[in-house]
Ligand binder design. Structure first.
Ligand code: HEM
Length: 310
């Protein structure tokens, strides 16, 4: 009887709530409503994405548009809507992806340092760990946009004119075949890796939807989000490395003594992947596993101190 009354009470309350919402829908929301935080877990990822986008945009704009204008009086402003934006998107995407996995590495370092899982993480690390899903989803969003922008490259009129000009110059030089073997391989490989990376990111995004993640066991969810996440980061990093190919040693890439964006883009992912490989070394991996299963270095030392005193 009790639960039934409660159920009716609950229904009445819900109905009352509905009526109330209906009645006050067009009124100014209450003070409490206004103070409610909007998308709290998205604040940090959005701030970082906006700052990284703005800085990368300014950097690329100066290098790819202003530099040719100042040095050769070349008008490259047409590059802004697609070419410049398509440098910003992948840089932000891969940085956000690296930021999904960096806090896990810092947390492992923290636990190894204190030898316990019972010591609380600092507030900033806790907040960062809690917004990893949002970092990942934003990274996927930027990567999808990057893929769309990249695939529309050959559709652009500027590209068609350039292609015609190259063909004309080739005829002038009486060159029959423009095929450059290593360039062909470079592009086939990096585009393929990019598509694979995006595919893995899509799986990660789908499995982070609550209805899907709730249908998985903790082990399955952890396996997908951790192992496949690192796989995505690895694929995207190799994608950028293969895109760079021999540009690493090309002095012309260092416009106004600044490094090209791909070097900046893969700096953080490489650090994250290196740290993860170090943490996978058997001695460290076993210790972390022990700590996460509840082993505590401090109680262990206390125990040995006690037994030595006895
Ligand atoms: C369908 C999937 C993808 C395609 C077709 C693709 C294609 C491309 C292309 C054409 C470029 C050269 C851009 C340029 O000329 O400036 C490039 C660069 C790059 N891509 Fe992708 N990509 C894909 C997915 C991804 C993903 C998932 C990531 C990482 C999250 C990524 C990260 C990068 C990076 C960091 C660069 C170097 C940008 C630079 O600084 O110049 N790409 N990609």
């Amino acid at each position: 009887m009790g639960p039934r009354t409660n159920q009716h009470g609950g229904r009445r309350a819900a109905f009352f709530h509905l009526n109330q919402t209906h009645q006050f829908e067009f009124e100014y929301p209450s003070d409490q409503y206004c103070k409610q935080d909007l998308f709290p877990k998205w604040h940090l990822p959005m701030k970082i994405a906006s700052i990284t986008s703005l800085l990368t945009f300014i950097y690329t704009f100066l290098r790819d548009v202003i530099h040719p204008f100042v040095m050769n009086n070349e008008n490259s402003f047409y590059k802004i809507p697609i070419l410049v934006i398509n440098k910003v998107l992948p840089v932000v995407s891969i940085t956000l992806l690296a930021l999904v996995y960096l806090p896990g590495i810092l947390a492992a370092g923290f636990q190894l340092h204190y030898g316990t899982k019972y010591k609380r993480f600092p507030q900033w690390l806790n907040g960062w760990m809690l917004s990893r899903k949002q970092f990942g989803l934003l990274s996927f969003f930027f990567a999808s946009m990057h893929a769309c922008y990249s695939l529309c490259y050959p559709m652009r009129r500027s590209y068609r004119y350039k292609l015609l000009n190259w063909a004309y110059q080739q005829v002038e030089r009486r060159k029959e075949n423009a095929w450059i073997e290593h360039d062909v391989w470079r592009m086939e490989i990096y585009v393929s890796l990019g598509i694979l990376g995006l595919g893995v990111l899509a799986i990660l995004a789908v499995t982070s939807i609550p209805s899907v993640s709730h249908s998985l066991s903790w082990r399955e969810f952890h396996c997908i989000q951790s192992k496949m996440g690192y796989l995505a980061l690895l694929l995207c990093t190799i994608h950028a490395l293969v895109f760079a190919w021999n540009k690493w040693v090309d002095i012309n890439q260092f416009v106004w003594y600044t490094p090209p964006t791909f070097m900046i883009a893969i700096f953080l992912p490489i650090i994250v992947l290196l740290c993860k490989s170090i943490l996978l070394l058997p001695c460290l991996r076993k210790k972390i596993q022990k700590i996460r299963c509840g082993w505590d270095a401090n109680t262990e030392t206390n125990k040995t101190q006690m037994t030595s005193r006895l």
